[in-house]
Design a protein around this ligand. Structure first.
Ligand code: G6P
Length: 363
């Protein structure tokens, strides 16, 4: 209990450690005035000749990888996230123009190590993005960038996701600069938003109304999470957290997919969480209207002042106004709180969910 620092669970402690973890992730790496991201571990020519990026990861780290895929695509860099457990058995072509990034909190996930081993000898450049100094992945990859989140004990990953995304935002800016020449003004805006992200997360932790949502809906058996762009991996992560610790059915998907199947399952008994990031919000609002028309309760996670959101959502979990590329981190913190509080009301063993391990070291 001493290690929990007064919190009931490691997970809650780690949720509250996110402002500190984020400050550590970005410290010394971001220069908003110059519009430049600096990852001190990487040589100046680390990405020379790189034209495309593969990201390999599992679980929550896979959601950070999908988030990065969206960021890189937006910067005109061909990028694809893969479940590392699938990558090695059906390897896509790689050569010396490919950067393969292993995203892994522990640095020990067998599937991810195996994915990295599968490209050795193809000429691909390998980079580990990890939390654990000296972990196996750091020895298998040519380069390593640390997320500097500090130890994470709760099986359900929380602060490591936020720190991964912050670090991968920096990596995306560095790749954008090196591969397509970047746009310093756009980079400066994003780095500015990144620099206040720890304070924005703190505001959510201080002011969240997630408790009301958890109390009202924790008796439902099924939950859906939707979002677009970086809001899509955030909805996948929201659903993963929810199922891991509440043991209820939860499913995340792109809001764009709603009409192509999932809508058939939406009823007045299935609360739907809708993530708004400030990009394509009008389309997501349209989905929310469709959901409301089926009688399902809607919880919107959205920036204050998002157009007409109060009209269509039963609850709004506010996030501070920010750059859409980092809004997903803020939305995810609200969803972490809902999952934690719902699981707590259901008296689940939050830090050690049944059948799950912090690090899966067998394939
Ligand atoms: C397990 C954990 C997850 C984690 C995943 C990948 O499934 O329960 O929380 O996201 O492994 O772990 P890694 O250490 O590679 O990020």
């Amino acid at each position: 209990d001493a290690g929990k620092g007064g919190y009931d669970h490691y997970m809650l402690k780690e949720i509250y450690e996110q402002p500190t973890a984020l400050r550590q992730a970005i410290r010394g790496r971001s220069d908003p005035l110059e519009g430049r991201a600096e990852l001190e571990e990487l040589a100046d020519d680390a990405f020379e000749g790189i034209e495309s990026v593969h990201l390999v990861a599992m679980g929550t780290s896979y959601h950070a990888a999908l988030y990065t895929q969206a960021l890189l695509a937006d910067r005109g860099i061909p990028a694809q996230a893969f479940l590392s457990g699938e990558y090695g058995s059906n390897p896509p072509p790689t050569d010396d123009r490919t950067l393969v990034v292993a995203v892994t909190q522990s640095g020990e996930t067998a599937d991810t190590l195996s994915a990295i081993r599968s490209v050795q000898g193809t000429g691909a450049h390998t980079l580990a993005v990890t939390n654990v100094v000296g972990s196996t992945v750091t020895r298998e990859c040519e380069d390593t960038v640390y997320i500097r989140a500090g130890p994470e004990i709760g099986v359900a990953a929380t602060k490591s996701f936020s720190s991964q995304v912050a670090t991968l935002v920096l990596l995306s800016e560095r790749l954008s600069h090196d591969i397509v020449g970047g746009t310093p003004r756009a980079t400066a805006d994003l780095l500015e938003a990144l620099s206040v992200l720890p304070d924005d997360v703190q505001r959510i932790l201080d002011e969240s109304t997630a408790e009301t949502v958890a109390t009202e809906y924790h008796d439902s058996d099924s939950y859906f999470f939707i979002g677009r762009g970086v809001g899509h991996p955030v909805s996948l992560e929201g659903a993963l957290k929810f199922k891991e610790i509440t043991y209820d059915h939860a499913e995340g998907f792109s809001a764009a997919e709603l009409k192509h199947g999932p809508l058939a399952l939406v009823t007045e008994d299935t609360p739907v969480f809708a993530v708004f990031t400030g990009r394509d919000d009008t389309k997501t609002l349209h989905n929310v209207k469709e959901i409301r028309a089926r009688g399902a309760p809607v919880v919107a996670v959205a920036a204050e002042g998002t157009d007409r959101i109060e009209e269509y959502a039963d609850h709004v979990l506010d996030i501070p106004n920010t750059h859409p590329d980092v809004a997903g981190v803020l939305a995810n913190v609200q969803l972490q709180l809902v999952s934690y509080l719902a699981a707590n009301e259901l008296s689940r063993p939050i830090d050690k969910p049944r059948n799950l391990a912090k690090s899966v070291t067998v394939e």
